[in-house]
Design a protein around this ligand. Sequence first.
Ligand SMILES: [Zn+2]
Ligand SMILES: [Zn+2]
Length: 270
Amino acid sequence: MLFNCIAYQGELFYWCRDHRAHHKHSDTAGDPHNASRGFYFSHIGWLLQSRAPECKQALQEVPVQDLLDDPVVTFQLRYYPYLVFVFRILIPLYTGYWISGSWRIGLFFNVCEMWCHSLHHTFLVNSAAHLPWCGYRPYNDEILPTEASVVIVAALGEGHHNFHHVFPQDYATSELGWNRTFNPSKAFIDLGAWLGWVTERTRVEKKQIQRPRIKSNGQPKKLLDITTRMINFLFCSNNPFFSVNILSTFKNFNLFDGYSINIFFFINIL
Ligand SMILES: [Zn+2]
Ligand SMILES: [Zn+2]
């Protein structure tokens, strides 16, 4: 819940409700960020334009009672502006000042730039990861979501989107483990489980995964494109450079603003 406040992407309640409608009505009029309306709409336009009547209807029908029964979700819903003020503005602002000695740098980088940066990385999951030409669709090539390498990096593992839409119940959002694909989001959840904060992680069993080798147009399918394979070579734990990358990332990691990690992953790649 606190990380959600730092991210400032809207209350958990609305975030989960919109995401449920997205999975139920993917890329149709009921989807809040319907990717069949184009890149701009699915990236940021959906937040700036009024919602389609089908979408409003879908949002009313999506089940949310479990969210309303959750005391953490309702606590955040009630005190959201105050929580965002503390976790998205005050703490990053002071952290920037503490590191650089300048309130202006704190305001520009730690408050504004980090927020903007992390928002666009997340938006890529709704836009680029729903563009079929951005990557492969090994699990179902009749839907738009794609295993998009650019989003796998930008959103820290969340770009295995063809798998995620075919198996939304899988917390890892990928068939592959840490040693085969770049997925810090899974690593973070696993760390939470190790600390006892996370329970009931759901994973799809190998035998349930249908990965047709042939596309609907008769062409052979590949699981990962060349860019993703290069990223995996650089970052996965079976690579000797992995520990160096992780160490250099965490050396620069700002405890109060987790989104800085994205920048250092990019620097490592460059
Ligand atoms: Zn999606
Ligand atoms: Zn999802």
